[in-house]
Design a protein around this ligand. Structure first.
Ligand code: GDP
Ligand code: MG
Length: 605
C-alpha cells in the first residue's frame, strides 16, 4: 500500500470515556470482524483488563476502509493504555501515530487524563480530532462540554465531532475525518531500517512479539536486526499485522504498523521505546532515546505458606517474561520467611501483578505495605538506596535522606476547592497553580478548576486517592508525573510484638505523624491477634523510644471443654478444624497470628 493511503492513529481519553467501545465499533464498521464474531471488546485481551475495564497493553489493528473519495485506505488503530502508571508506553504509542481521536464523555467533560493525553499528543505533533462521545445519553451535557473543549483545549465547535461509540452514531463521519485530517506517514522506504517498538509481549511458541511502527526502510522475514538501545540482536521469524487476528505477510514497509516474532525469551530484551535497525546496514541515529522502565513503588510479596516459595519464584519468572517493568529480588523476612521485594511502576501495576499471581498461578500471598525508594547518604559518605522500610539505617548513621516527589494535577468542580486544599495540606502537598476551566454553569454557578501541586510520592501510596474520591463525592480526577528526588526528614517506626521486632510492619513517616501512625498500627494489631495463653505486649517504637503500646490479655481456653467427654467424632472434627486454623497462622515468636491480620495491618492508610 502506498504511504499516501495509510493513516496511523490512536484514541486518547480519560478512563471510561469510551475508548475500547469506539475501537470495537471501528473494527465492526470497517468489516474487519462481524458483530457475532466479536467477543466483547476485542482490544482488551486479558481477562483482568476486561474486568477492570482498563487496557494495559497497547495493540494495533489494521482496518481496510473505502472512503467517500472511492479510494481504499489502511487505517492502523493503535490502542493506548489509559492509566498514569503506564505513561511511558502511552508516549511511545503516540510516537507511532500521526493522529489522535480525542474522546470526551459528554456526561463528564474534561478530566485529568484528558488534559494529560492532549498535552502528550501535542508534544508529538499529532493531528488531534476532538470528539464528544456518548451523545446517545440523555444525561449528557454536550453544550457545556463543548464550551470546555473550546475554552480549555482551544478546539472550535466546527472541528469537533459528536458521536456515540455505543450506537455507532457519527462513526462514519469520524472515519472520513480520520482520512481527511490525519496526515499520511512520512519516512523513507529506501533508507536504512528504523522501527519504533511501542509494545511487546511473550508468546510461548514464537518468543517475544514486538509491535512496531516502521519509520524508514523495511522489515522482511529472515532479516537480522539489532536493537539500538538495548543492543539485543535477533532474527525475524515472522512479520505481520493484526486485523484483529494475526496475519503474516512477507514484509512491512516505511509508514506501516505491525508485529515481528523475534524468538527472544523475555520482553526485557526487546522492550517498548527501543529502535530496531538492520544488523548489516544499521541506521546512524535511534528514533528517540530509549528509556528502560523504572520502578517507583516497592513492596514485599511472600507466600502465605513457606512451602509455596518455589512456586512463587516460578510465577515471578513467568510474569517477568511478559512484563519488562516488573523487578524483583529475593528477600528474607524473619516473620514472613522467603519472598521477594518487588518494584512496580505504580499502585495499579502492583495490584495487577498481585492479582495475576493469585489468580493465574493459584498462589495465596501476603503483600507488605507499598513504599517508595529512598536515597540515603550515610555519615561515612556511602550512598545507598533503601526500598524496604525496615532497612533504613539508624538516624545517627544518616547524613542526608532524599525521597521521590510527584507533580500532581487535580480537576474538580469549584465548590470542592477548599476540600482539596485541606487534603493537600494533610498529605504534605505544596500548592503550585490554580486555574478555572470553561465558564460557570448550572444553578450554583459551579465551574471546574484545575489544581496543581507538588507532593511526596510517599503520600500517594496512602489512602490519598480513596480520600480524594470520597471527599469530593467522586468528582475529582487526578493525574501525576514523577518529578525527581528532594530532601526528606523522616523517621522509621518499628513494631514489636511480644518484644520481637516484626520487620514487615516497619513504616517510614514524618516525625510529627509517628505517634498517630504508631498508635493506629498497635491498635489494629491488638484487634486482629487472638488472645493466647500468655500476656502479649504490642509496641511501636521510633529509634529506641516507645511511641505507642497496647496489651493483649492472656486467655485460657480448651477447645474440647465444650464436648462433655462422650462424642468422639465431634471431638476429632474439632481438633481437625483447629489444625486447619493453625495452618493459616503465622507465628511471631510464640504468638500465632491469622493471615487476615497481615492484610489488614500491612495496608497503609
Ligand atoms: P474506556 O475505559 O475508555 O476503554 O471505556 P469503555 O469503552 O470501556 O467504556 C466505558 C463505559 O462506557 C462502558 O460501560 C461502555 O459501555 C460505556 N460507553 C462507551 N461508549 C458509550 C457510548 O457512546 N454511549 C453510552 N451510552 N455508553 C458508552
Ligand atoms: Mg478500555
Amino acid at each position: 500500500m502506498r504511504q499516501s493511503h495509510i493513516r496511523n492513529f490512536c484514541i486518547i481519553a480519560h478512563i471510561d470515556h469510551g475508548k475500547s467501545t469506539l475501537a470495537d465499533r471501528l473494527i465492526e464498521s470497517t468489516g474487519a470482524m462481524r458483530r457475532e464474531e466479536m467477543s466483547e471488546q476485542v482490544m482488551d485481551r486479558m481477562e483482568l483488563e476486561r474486568e477492570r475495564g482498563i487496557t494495559i497493553k497497547a495493540k494495533a489493528i489494521r482496518l481496510n476502509y473505502t472512503a467517500a473519495d472511492g479510494n481504499s485506505y489502511l487505517l492502523n488503530l493503535i490502542d493506548t493504555p489509559g492509566h498514569v502508571d503506564f505513561s511511558y508506553e502511552v508516549s511511545r504509542t503516540l510516537a507511532a501515530c500521526e493522529g489522535a481521536v480525542l474522546l470526551v464523555d459528554v456526561t463528564q467533560g474534561i478530566q485529568a487524563q484528558t488534559l494529560a493525553n492532549v498535552y502528550l499528543a501535542m508534544e508529538h505533533n499529532l493531528e488531534i480530532i476532538p470528539t464528544l462521545n456518548k451523545v446517545d445519553l440523555p444525561s449528557g451535557e454536550p453544550e457545556r462540554v463543548m464550551d470546555e473543549v473550546e475554552s480549555v483545549l482551544g478546539f472550535s465547535e466546527a472541528e469537533t465531532l459528536r458521536i456515540s461509540g455505543k450506537t455507532g452514531v457519527g462513526v462514519p463521519e469520524l472515519l472520513e475525518t480520520i482520512v481527511k485530517r490525519v496526515p499520511p506517514p512520512g519516512g523513507d522506504p529506501k533508507a536504512p531500517l528504523r522501527a519504533l517498538i511501542f509494545d511487546s509481549h511473550y508468546d510461548q511458541y514464537k518468543g517475544v512479539i514486538a509491535y512496531l511502527r516502521v519509520v524508514d526502510g523495511r522489515i522482511k522475514t529472515g532479516d537480522r536486526l539489532k536493537l539500538m538501545g538495548q543492543g539485543t540482536t535477533l532474527e525475524v521469524l515472522e512479520v505481520g499485522y493484526f486485523n484483529p487476528r494475526e496475519c503474516p505477510v512477507s514484509s512491512l514497509e516505511a509508514g506501516e504498523v505491525g508485529y515481528i516474532a523475534t524468538g527472544l525469551k523475555t520482553v526485557g530484551d526487546c522492550s517498548v521505546g527501543d529502535t530496531v535497525t538492520s544488523l548489516v546496514e544499521p541506521a546512524h541515529a535511534a528514533l528517540a532515546a530509549y528509556r528502560p522502565a523504572k520502578p517507583m513503588v516497592f513492596a514485599g510479596i511472600y507466600p502465605t505458606q513457606a512451602s509455596d516459595y518455589h512456586e512463587l519464584r516460578e510465577a515471578m519468572e513467568r510474569l517477568k517474561l511478559n512484563d519488562a517493568s516488573l523487578s524483583y529480588e529475593m528477600e528474607n523476612s524473619p516473620l514472613l520467611g522467603h519472598g521477594f521485594r518487588c518494584g512496580f511502576l505504580g499502585l495499579l501495576h502492583m495490584d495487577i501483578v498481585y492479582e495475576r499471581l493469585e489468580r493465574e498461578f493459584g498462589l495465596s500471598l501476603v503483600v507488605t505495605a507499598p513504599a517508595v525508594s529512598y536515597y540515603i547518604t550515610r555519615t561515612d559518605g556511602e550512598v545507598i538506596t533503601v526500598v524496604n522500610p525496615s532497612e533504613l539505617p539508624a538516624p545517627a548513621d544518616i547524613a542526608r535522606m532524599e525521597e521521590p516527589w510527584v507533580k500532581i494535577r487535580i480537576l474538580v468542580p469549584s465548590n470542592y476547592i477548599g476540600t482539596v486544599m485541606e487534603m493537600e495540606r494533610e498529605f504534605g502537598g505544596i500548592h503550585r497553580h490554580t486555574e478555572f476551566l470553561g465558564h460557570a454553569t448550572g444553578t450554583e454557578g459551579t465551574q471546574r478548576v484545575q489544581l496543581d501541586y507538588d507532593m511526596p510520592l510517599r503520600s500517594m501510596l496512602t489512602s490519598f486517592y480513596d480520600q480524594l474520591k470520597s471527599r469530593t463525592n467522586g468528582y475529582a480526577s487526578l493525574d501525576y508525573e514523577f518529578d525527581g528526588y528532594r530532601d526528606a526528614r523522616l523517621v522509621k517506626i518499628d513494631v514489636l510484638v511480644n518484644n520481637l521486632l516484626v520487620d514487615a510492619f516497619s513504616r517510614i513517616v514524618p516525625p510529627e505523624q509517628a505517634q498517630d501512625v504508631g498508635k493506629s498500627l498497635v491498635h489494629k494489631l491488638k484487634e486482629v491477634i487472638p488472645r493466647q495463653l500468655f500476656n502479649i505486649p504490642i509496641q511501636a517504637a521510633v529509634g529506641g523510644r516507645i511511641v505507642a503500646r497496647a496489651d493483649i490479655a492472656a486467655k485460657r481456653k480448651d477447645v474440647l471443654a465444650k464436648c462433655y467427654g462422650g462424642d468422639i467424632t465431634r471431638k476429632r472434627k474439632l481438633l481437625e478444624k483447629q489444625k486447619e486454623g493453625k495452618k493459616k497462622m503465622k507465628s511471631i515468636g510464640q504468638v500465632e497470628v491469622p493471615k487476615e491480620a497481615f492484610f489488614s495491618v500491612l495496608k497503609t492508610d
